[in-house]
Design a protein around this ligand. Structure first.
Ligand SMILES: Nc1ncnc2c1ncn2[C@@H]1O[C@H](COP(=O)(O)OP(=O)(O)OP(=O)(O)O)[C@@H](O)[C@H]1O
Ligand SMILES: [Mg+2]
Length: 496
């Protein structure tokens, strides 16, 4: 027997069908490098339904060698880890070169759910890490893991997370925390900032190659539509972004760092840093403690998305005939976003279609909610119950009850004007678009505190509840309840 017979395998072989289409773009787009191993890795949580959807065996992923591999400590056969380069505007200011300072793309898998890229976040320093340590802390990995699943459960386009691993390795943030790696999954992790990078550096060939890749892989219709395909691409990304923003707003979701490097060209929610699902409704709410000017306040997000799309348009200009082409491609956002929002908010109120006056009806409710700081999620859920006779609980959410009564009377009138209106059927339809459970800050906080003590049960419980947020299940009343008073003291910053 020689040494190699007894040695542990040098890589985890899951016999996966890897492809490397992003790597095929060429070396200008990335730097290849292995993850930096973490000592004594352990499993924090595995998203078994996602594993299954990807054609992976959850039991296999729980084994020791898989846990080592998904913490960066053992190579994965066929993977080709690389950090991509991108640039971007941060808080409205050109930040120059960024890049995956702590994310590594392993490659792409052909899965039953279609081609999916697999990425580590927190797997060590890269050439783009700047001053950072390349790590992610357990706290932020759990937030990303849970919230991306919450978004998916809500039906909102998002990157997802397959597995979180942890390690006792200390990581310095405001306090000493511990290191963690979250493995994310998405059809593509390409951001607006990837385009900005090649455009700003005058790399026209690379810019075109990237745009052609995105069109061929994800937006083939842009070539078939006629005209300039890159203008069509901008239009298509704008449409997806408009829909995404409408979906965020309609569940009271606030993205904390809408920099152009955190905007997906596929219209996915990406970068779960300082996000928040609103508790008490305040349209000017700022969920990122580091956002002193409130640039990313909840009510500013639709305009910020347009500003970001404008940056993408500017980046794509070298591929277009003139500036007007880009402006024309951006124009539909201005009507698509409000229409999408009215449609979604209308559905939350049980409206089967959009009629004149609906936007005003919605706006008035939002104003009443803001005045009385009404809980966003509970309000809409109680409106469902109100249709079935339980009128008091929703009314009790307001201080100015007469104002609410007047609004509710108009709402009922509008509903009753719908052909064949049926209160029970409408309430059921409303419950399919008004979640009972969202990842409130305090829920994440409780799961994180327990995880930091080595108990991952609450992470798993939340993951399950958030994956079906519209359903009413026993034993989950605490997840659907009002936030405790201490929730207001939680400060979420960029530190992650
Ligand atoms: N601890 C860190 N070490 C190295 N680079 C980092 C670190 N934290 C953030 N960065 C990099 O700084 C830039 C801005 O950070 P930002 O908070 O937007 O992203 P992120 O949370 O790391 O990740 P992502 O957008 O990939 O979800 C990104 O390019 C990111 O890779
Ligand atoms: Mg980011």
């Amino acid at each position: 027997m020689n040494d190699t017979d007894t040695a542990a395998p040098a890589a985890l072989d899951l016999a996966l069908p890897w492809r490397h289409r992003f790597a095929d773009l060429g070396p200008a787009f990335f730097t290849e490098l292995p993850p930096t191993p973490l000592p004594e890795p352990h499993l924090v949580s595995l998203n078994a339904p996602l594993a299954q959807a990807l054609g992976l065996d959850p039991a296999r992923l729980r084994q020791d060698d898989a846990v080592r591999a998904f913490s960066g400590s053992l190579p994965i056969e066929g993977a080709r880890p690389l950090a991509t380069v991108y640039s971007g505007h941060q808080f409205g200011v050109w930040a120059g070169q960024l890049g995956d300072g702590r994310a590594l793309l392993l490659g792409e898998l052909d899965t039953p759910a279609g081609p999916m890229e697999i990425q580590f976040k927190g797997a060590g320093r890269t050439p783009y890490s700047r001053m950072g340590d390349g790590r992610a802390v357990l706290r932020s990995s759990i937030r990303e893991y849970l919230c991306s699943e919450a978004m998916h459960g809500l039906g909102i386009p998002t990157t997802r997370a397959l597995i979180v691993t942890g390690s006792p390795q200390p990581v310095i943030r405001e306090t000493v925390e511990s290191a963690s790696v979250v493995t994310r999954v998405a059809p593509s992790f390409i951001r607006f900032g990837h385009f900005e990078h090649f455009s700003a550096n005058g790399l026209a060939d690379e810019l075109r190659r990237l745009a052609d890749f995105v069109i061929d892989a994800f937006y083939p219709g842009c070539r078939e539509a006629g005209g300039n395909p890159y203008a069509r691409l901008l239009e298509a990304v704008s449409a997806r972004t408009a829909d995404l923003l409408a979906q965020w707003q309609a569940v009271g979701f606030c993205h904390g760092v809408m920099n152009t490097d955190n905007m997906s060209v596929l219209g996915l929610t990406i970068d779960y840093g300082p996000f928040q699902f609103l508790d008490a409704f305040n349209p000017a709410h700022i969920c990122n403690h580091s956002d002193h000017g409130g640039r990313y306040a909840y009510h500013r997000q639709p305009n910020v998305a347009y500003w970001n799309l404008f940056c993408l348009g500017q980046a794509l200009l070298p591929l277009m005939d003139d500036q007007q082409q880009a402006l024309d491609a951006l124009e539909p956002y201005k009507t698509r976003f409000p229409a999408a929002l009215t449609q979604r908010m209308g559905a939350k109120l049980g409206l089967a279609d959009t009629r004149e006056g609906d936007a005003a009806l919605i706006e008035e409710l939002m104003q009443l909610m803001a005045k009385d700081a009404v809980d966003f999620t509970i309000l809409f859920r109680r409106l469902c119950d109100a249709l079935e006779g339980a009128a008091e609980p929703v009314r009790d959410l307001f201080l100015q009850r007469e104002s609410f009564d007047a609004w509710a009377a108009r709402w009922r009138e509008r509903l009753q004007a719908q052909p064949g209106f049926d209160a029970a059927a409408t309430a059921a339809a409303m419950r399919r678009v008004n979640p009972r459970i969202v990842l409130r800050n305090h829920l994440a906080q409780i799961a994180i505190q327990r995880a930091e003590q080595g108990d991952f049960g609450e992470v798993d419980r939340l993951l399950k509840a958030l994956s079906a947020p519209y359903d009413e299940r026993k034993g989950e009343d605490d997840l659907a309840a009002f936030p405790p008073d201490w929730a207001q003291q939680i400060e979420i910053s960029c530190s992650s």
